[in-house]
Design a protein around this ligand. Sequence first.
Ligand code: GLC
Length: 798
Amino acid sequence: MNNHPLLAALRVVGARGVARSVHYSVVRWLVSRRFRLPQPTGTPEPPGHGQGATPLAGGARFRFDRADLEIRFLAADLVRVTWGPGTLPVPYALAKTDWPEVPVGLREKAGRWVLASEALRVEVGLDGALQFLDPSGRVLRNDAPPLRRGEEVILRTALRQEEHVYGLGHRTVPLNLRGRTYQMWNRDPGAGHSPLDDPIYLCIPVSLAVHADGSYLVFYENSFRGTFTLGETAEAHFEGGALRYYVIPGPPARALERYTDLTGRPPLPPRWALGYHQSRWSYDTEAEVREIVDGFRDHGLPLSAIHLDIDYMDGFRVFTVSPRRFPGLAALARELLEREIRLVAIIDPGVKVDRGYDVFTHGERGEVFCQLPDGSLATAPVWPGWCAFPDFTDPRARAWWGRWYPRLLNLGISGFWHDMNEPAAFAAWGDPTLPDPVRHALDGRGGDHREAHNLYGFLENQAGYEALRALRPDARPFILSRSGWAGVQRYAWTWTGDIESTWRALRQTVATVINLGLSGVPYTGPDVGGFSGAPSAELYLRWLQLAAFLPFFRTHSAKFTPRREPWAFGTQALQIAREVLRLRYRLLPYLYTLAWEASRTGHPLVRPLWWPEAGNPALWDVQDAFFLGDALLVAPVLDEGARSREVTLPSGTWYEMGSDRAHRGPGRVALDAPLDRIPVLARAGSVLPMAGPPEGSAGETLALQVYRPDGSPGGGILYSDAGDGYGPGRLDHFTLHPDGGRLRIVWTTEGTYPFPYGEVDVHVYGLPVCRVTVDGGRVPCEHNRFRTGPFREASCEP
Ligand code: GLC
């Protein structure tokens, strides 16, 4: 909202809400004083001198004067470093803890200990400095001896001058994270956020470094509040816990595979989730939801989901429905489902303190809520007023929370939007969350909020996901979460939160989404148009065009903002928006295939331009374009008034999507970008599977866009299944063999799911085709295009 934060708050939560937030800030301060936590004193100390080393399975243990070190290879290209003393993490982030033993010899060399696998060598200095080298002896990473002061731990790592660093979860900074300090503390910025605000909702202590001698990923398994400074050197600092981190050498694709081996792959979502979502804070009543859905139908706009923001609840009580606004929610959900439109309902973790409300009384009786050290309830104000917060670090609380989902599932809600789960609290000043001394179960180990805070949203998602899997074993859960931590990709999607409605925020979206993907979280996207303001028609359209190529495609806007349905900006904008939405639905076979790939590899759908060639510094800073999968290079328009833009091309030949016009990289090229389209390029040699008309219905056509290979073979894949559930799938492989002037397309299939398309429409770009034979028989070809059924081999000749 473009006014003073206090006025904005008054408008949203009212005078009582503001009074509560002042009250809470005082309470929070008092609680922190009363249950004072130990503060680190003295000077940070290094581990001292190395005393000895003992080999152990896959690694070794080292003793230092004041510390001990364990190094274990979990795989040849995955090494875990643990410095003690310090509390070890509860392994929430880890999806895999059982690793086969890796043979590594421990030896001594020139006053250092050396451990090596076939992919990585670690050298331990007698002062506790660590060096990570590739098998050819090139240094990937240099860690200084770690420092400890009380519970606090600090690790400094050398950075090369040219070294670029990416990741760290949800950030609103340029793509390369060098040159700033980042907080590791999930935070709701309250009245919305702008580029460069830090921290925000979802911090992940994982980063990918790229330099002249290679690239590697590092993940700090430490959820304590911390800071990362990426200046001349990198400094990771945590307020407590053992210093445990994992190093993974290798190019980004391999590193992400390993990292998601460790922290889990993003499961295949239901196919509908990749469609278009319309949201607003709030579509207030059933009548309004119907009006919106009818608007989409009447304007010929495809739609997959409508989101219900907080006003559907009864007084913002989670797991309730307002009997006044949504008296017939079940009937509404049924009616929408018949039109293939899903309802997604928001859920906030704060449970209203209200003795007449069963979720609260039941939770209080079951002692599932967070407590202060004296055993009293830890409460803080959120939308419903004073709330209690389930302690999701307690397995009992997770199971208890999961028991309430049937209330909404049984009314026909298909997806859940976990908001405010940093957890956010309304504080007039100070940290807008629970106080540090709040106690948490941490799965039996016990601890305080400094350690549990960053895990809070992650564990709410775990609770929700596991409940949905158990309650609806044949449906894939859809959870959208604002907060999370390392591994959150196993349970939820995220979005870029309450970003302002400005051109710079539109531009920021690209770097934010790429860095989230490099942090293991592939499913994300912005509130189209920005959350808090009133985008012009042009800004709205440019945002819509960008988001059409991002995994999560949703328009959402704050209360008191002007309406933001595609028809709210006039007829010309509506026409353009319609084409954008239709293009999104035509892209679904490709997007769904990428989603399937992500579930197998952990590769993000949206990738930086240096993804396939991390050794090319010319691409390290490109943050105004991205790859969507292997085939497409998307160059959104990010400047007001621009009707063309320059695009950096990686090496190879690039076709304007759906056209024979080709450009040769590397280099820069200026491309037209009229208001109705953004530049999208297809890689030579790719096969892009798209849906042809009638889109989104049984018997739709598979439209294969074939881009002539540059000389070497090319191809593409298509994954299909029922779109939900856990039944069989099929994988169609298309390989392109250039053969003199001829192009052969070879089609092979794996899997038992029946081919779901009625017809195949092949369009060849970059090669004039006159004569086409399909499995030995001639088929007519017009304008480089032929229609057939599934085939084994097609031959296209000039
Ligand atoms: C938070 C969410 C926003 C939502 C609002 C009301 O600000 O980030 O998306 O609309 O709460 O629930």
